[in-house]
Each structure stands twice: as C-alpha cells, then as structure tokens.
Design a protein. Structure first.
Length: 119
C-alpha cells in the first residue's frame, strides 16, 4: 500500500522557520511535490523535485524562502520554509507521481499537515 505521511507542521511566529517532512512507503517515486491549501482557496503548487538528479521547481512567489530537498535513502522529501508569514498559513500536502504545477496529475497524496503562522 502506497503511503505519503507528512509531519513537521505546527504553529510558528512570523519570520520563523519550519521544516516539513514527507515519508513515502510502498513504492519509490521519480518525482514529488508540495502543495498548500488555505481556507477558502484552491490548492496551490509550492515546489517539486525529481528524485534522480534533484532538479527542482518552485512557485515564483516562494522562491528564495522555501527549499525542497530529498533523502533517497529514507525515501523522504523535505520542505524547508523560512521567513514565514501569516499568508503562508495553510494545510500543506505532499504529492508524488507527477511533474506538474497542477494538483490533478498527482496520483498520490498525503493527508496534509497544518501550518499556522501567527503575526
């Protein structure tokens, strides 16, 4: 059974950092990504990474603050988030199995982890 399990979410003050993890089990993936969804908004692309070679792609608005990385040995993808702002408050989802900024092509999803940034 394929599973993506996110962890690392929580409450953080504005300006602070947070690192999310996504552990994959059941199979290996060529690509993985992070999306987020704030209340009342559509799910939006954050970042994606190719497992082989480590190529990355970021939402333009998040470049420089967010960094996606992976640990092949642990089959885990990370999202390092720095200088967090209240607008970053959302449920963050890990996804795998596609290379796209749209959510629909990804066949595998985690359950999501809440990130709340206080002002």
């Amino acid at each position: 059974q394929v599973q993506l399990v996110e962890s690392g979410g929580g409450l953080v003050q504005a300006g602070g950092p947070l690192r999310l993890s996504c552990a994959a089990s059941g199979r290996t993936f060529n690509t993985a990504g992070w999306f987020r969804q704030a209340p009342g908004k559509e799910r939006e692309f954050v970042a994606a990474i190719r497992w082989s070679g480590g190529s990355t792609n970021y939402a333009d608005s998040l470049k420089g603050r967010f960094t996606i990385s992976r640990d092949n040995a642990k089959n885990t993808v990370y999202l390092q988030m720095n200088s967090l702002q209240p607008d970053d408050t959302a449920v963050y989802y890990c996804a795998a199995g596609a290379w796209d900024i749209r959510a629909a092509p990804y066949p595998y999803w985690g359950q999501g982890t809440q990130v709340t940034v206080s002002s």
